[in-house]
Design a protein around this ligand. Sequence first.
Ligand code: MG
Length: 285
Amino acid sequence: MEMTPSDPSSEREAPGVPTPARLWRAAGRGARRPHLFRHWAEVAARLRSAPRIALFLDFDGTLTPLRRRPEDVVLDPATRRRLADLARHRRLKTWIISGRRCADLRRRVGVKGPTYLGLHGWEGSARGHSRTPGRRLLRRAKAWAARALGSTPGIRLEDKGAIFAVHYRGARNGDVRKARRIMARLMEGFEPALWMLAGKKVWEVLPREIAGKGEAVRAILARQPAGTLAVYLGDDTTDEEAFRCLPDAVTVRVGRGGRTRARFRLRHPAEVRRFLQKLESTLSC
Ligand SMILES: [Mg+2]
């Protein structure tokens, strides 16, 4: 099945009318992406004309600022209200997609309406209902990592069930370099059955069947009505695969610096909250 977002290149342009094709040329294809609000008129035109909108939102670093300890992250009540406002619009459907466990994500966001997808899109999706693959291998890999890294200051292993994470926020640079070598050695022993995803101050080890956010988003869009416009906001390397899978979507990398495949940028979660408000106003017109 083909992906459903409309193809901007297929739309005719008239002078002065902001078409998607014109928008994407304006956005450019370089590493430095423009600020989303500078192009809001064009984006709003696409949002208004789309028969359906599929909104994908990452959580940590996108809807909320990052914290040293992930368990300390709390969603701003104003952002929660914006998400609840959006849930009233029948033309738009929201998915919140994160590396966290689904139950944790649902509890922290606390809004009825969005679909919650944990473990980079595996938990909460149709495929995630099948038996989690590679459990025995993952257990062995995790035990190996715990033996090699467990006593390193600032490094913490997190068991997420179907995957495990090695957090290194707070570790000294020398220890991070050593840990990176250890993780590379670990993967040599377990690839291709397992693979590693590098995020912000975290490495995650996953069974091959859990393919990440790009594959999850692609599968969801394949089930949406024709003409659905995808909008994806994320802050991390784990979101880049989704940006890559959505060449015609409104994709937004949150945060400063770094190369990205997204079309636009927003600087921080407070701007994401403003975006949600602008989106709601646009849909209400
Ligand atoms: Mg994130």
